[in-house]
Design a protein. Sequence first.
Length: 76
Amino acid sequence: MPTITVNVDDALKQRMEKHPELNWSEVTRQAIQDKIEKLELMDELTADSELTEADVDEISAKINESARERLEEESE
């Protein structure tokens, strides 16, 4: 099995060391596996999409604006 190296800062390493019962390699492997599965699903869902990156950016901006407006209304 191939080996990869993951760098973490000192603070995170100290927090990890408080839980020696965990196999951090396995936690990392599972996190990578989950992320890959989500990315592959997104690739499948968007494979036949005709949207351009600009289209996606425009939709994203509209969603963000709508969410911002909703939060402002709720905080009033």
